[in-house]
Write a protein of this length. Structure first.
Length: 247
């Protein structure tokens, strides 16, 4: 199993906090978000990491290097981080991914059990679904009775939101053969000038036409995605203490 961490973005909604380093390097209790994710990988026995970097990438590479506490880290630079989205960042690793990958966003704070749930969930193509956060920026996920994802997005119908299983947690696992289909569809988008969009959109479009992806429930997880100053405050005041208590 190989981990891919998408860490190219700046995090403009956090304003001055990301002037000199990317959002992934924002600190909680004296450690950057990325360090918590790397520690979670170590705790789950994953040692091979590809990290897509962009804005102020040197702050990441200097901090962690190519070998970090038993992890081997390979960096891929997205030079067009300001004009592209996470799908483009993901596409940059298409030629070097393993047969089984764990895909992770870098602006998350969560308990390491989140990764265990995916690894032990029994599904090779699956997305971790957290409980609804009420942040106002949720990517809602709905499923059928087989736990296959039937709807995914921020702007799904109100009736679907009411029946949503939860929201995208930003941690998924995929087989290479599925991601190759995703990359093919994304390449069509790029050729048509569609560069700045999120990977989950293309993953969901691909799954509807090819291989279904499953939802792995993580409703009781201590977890947060940090996009705004309010998110950061919540992470410091509520989520980090909760994770610490659970560990």
């Amino acid at each position: 199993m190989q981990a891919i961490i998408l860490a190219a973005g700046r995090g403009t909604r956090l304003k001055a906090k990301t002037d000199t380093s990317p959002k992934a390097m924002i600190e909680i209790a004296g450690k950057p978000l990325l360090e918590y994710s790397l520690q979670a990988l170590i705790e789950n026995g994953i040692t091979d990491v590809i990290m897509v970097v962009g804005f102020r990438h040197e702050t990441i590479t200097r901090r962690f290097g190519t070998h970090y506490r038993g992890l081997k880290i390979h960096y891929v630079l997205n030079e067009n981080y300001a004009g592209s989205g996470s799908m483009y960042s993901l596409s940059l690793v298409k030629d070097i991914i393993a047969d089984e990958i764990l895909l992770m966003e870098s602006d998350l704070l969560y308990e390491s059990r989140a990764i265990s749930l995916l690894l032990n969930g029994g599904h090779p193509n699956a997305i971790l679904v957290a409980g609804l956060s009420g942040s106002g920026d949720e990517v809602y996920i709905c499923v059928n009775d087989k736990q296959e994802i039937t709807e995914l997005g921020k702007n799904i119908p109100v009736s679907s939101k009411k029946n949503a299983m939860g929201e995208l947690a930003g941690i998924s696992r995929f087989q290479r053969k599925f991601l190759e289909l995703v990359f093919s569809k994304a390449q069509e988008d790029f050729q048509n000038g569609k560069m700045n969009y999120h990977y989950e959109e293309c993953v969901f479009r691909t799954s509807k036409q090819t291989i279904p992806i499953r939802a792995v429930p993580g409703k009781d997880l201590a977890w947060i995605e940090i996009d705004t100053a309010a998110d950061l405050q919540k992470a410091q005041d509520r989520i980090y203490p909760l994770i610490k208590d659970k560990s």
